[in-house]
Write a protein that binds this ligand. Sequence first.
Ligand SMILES: CC(C)(COP(=O)(O)OP(=O)(O)OC[C@H]1O[C@@H](n2cnc3c(N)ncnc32)[C@H](O)[C@@H]1OP(=O)(O)O)[C@@H](O)C(=O)NCCC(=O)NCCS
Length: 433
Amino acid sequence: MADTLTITDNRTGKTYEIEIKDGTIRADALRKIKTSDDDFGLMTYDPAFMNTASCRSAITLIDGDKGILRYRGYAIEELAEQSSYLEVAYLLLHGELPNEAQLRKWTHEVTHHTFVHEFLRKSMEGFRFDAHPMGKLVSMLGALSTFYPEAKKVRDDRTRREQIVRIIAKMPTLSAWAFRHSVGRPYVYPDNELSYCGNFLNMIFRMAEPRFEPHPVLERALDILFILHADHEQNCSANAARAVGSAETDPYCSLAAASAALYGPLHGGANEAVLHMLKQIGNVSAVPEFITGVKNGSGRLMGFGHRVYKNYDPRAKVIKKLAHEVFEVTGKNPLLEIALELEKIALNDEYFVKRKLYPNVDFYSGMIYQAMGFPVDMFPVLFAIPRASGWLAQWQEMLQDPEQKIARPRQIYTGADLRPYVPMSQRATKQAT
Ligand SMILES: CC(C)(COP(=O)(O)OP(=O)(O)OC[C@H]1O[C@@H](n2cnc3c(N)ncnc32)[C@H](O)[C@@H]1OP(=O)(O)O)[C@@H](O)C(=O)NCCC(=O)NCCS
């Protein structure tokens, strides 16, 4: 059996044989299907890339039907159980888990690049007191590029690695400062004696105490949440990092673009929507009525369903267990009872079962962040910090892939044909604006 596809063009009666590789045909193979010599050739039309592979990638595997997520071949559950976020970031970027010496060096490098230029502080001061922290993070990432003009040498391995370390190191600092600015508290400088997450908690929460001691359970919980959010293959923001980076834009600006994509409520904002929904439901006894409303089309059960996962999101399983551990320390988030009841009813209800709607990563994460003391507008920022390692891994892979070029899709033009220019004096006065 040949791994090919035979296509007959009924416009011309001609037959073409196209290679199938990895369950895929190359879109440019269709270009030879023409009605005449000056025909451009056949294209595919795929808004929102619903059925188009834009790259070959060895970083992350998702099998949505089976509920599988793996980074570089390792199951997300095992990484969450046994690894640290910095180990996982190394794995995503280098392809292998670090040995002891490599991890020590990597941790040392990241830890010693956590400080940012004092001028960035001044830039932060330019924002209004009520500026959203995500808008500030996007801007600060762009601003960082102005401090490292050498970052433009994206094809130089050493330069690229230096910026990767800087970005992973500075994401918590920029994020924590964006938060401190919002609440009018003085900025806290990094403490290099603390872990990646311990230091982030320090820069977020420290007040007058001479030394901040992160609670070990919360520090580890944040580390696990960071592992779970580190990468998710070709999602909207990773695609933005790759697309912008394909113009050889420096990594700071490429990641500013990725963060901007994550800022969108359809991407990084669902856990906030879950909290609003739980608050709106109010108490456990109102859950059945809410479910009935959802089934009747009055809204969606937020935190349920996923474009790719048609099974329990493997990250949601880890997070659910984590939520209980965090609440042991912080006290129970009163919304938990409502969430558990919602989940119980939905998982047994035919409407949700038939449509394969299961809890996704956002169902419990917002409750954990809220219990830890983060305001909701920090949720997408908490997503962006660890996702930076995924974005950088995707960006780097794109640059090293000889098949990749500047991302430049085609279009089907639906506008006017060539028409004569209309001078101002002859334009209709009542034209739609
Ligand atoms: C994530 C999401 C956008 C995926 O959407 P999708 O793959 O395009 O699925 P569709 O919108 O085609 O939905 C398929 C069916 O399930 C229903 N459905 C999907 N998600 C639902 C939800 N959360 N609550 C109730 N019904 C839902 C749709 O109404 C549709 O039903 P129909 O076939 O009777 O019309 C969607 O599930 C959703 O809106 N979830 C809530 C928001 C959320 O948690 N987002 C975070 C994702 S990480």
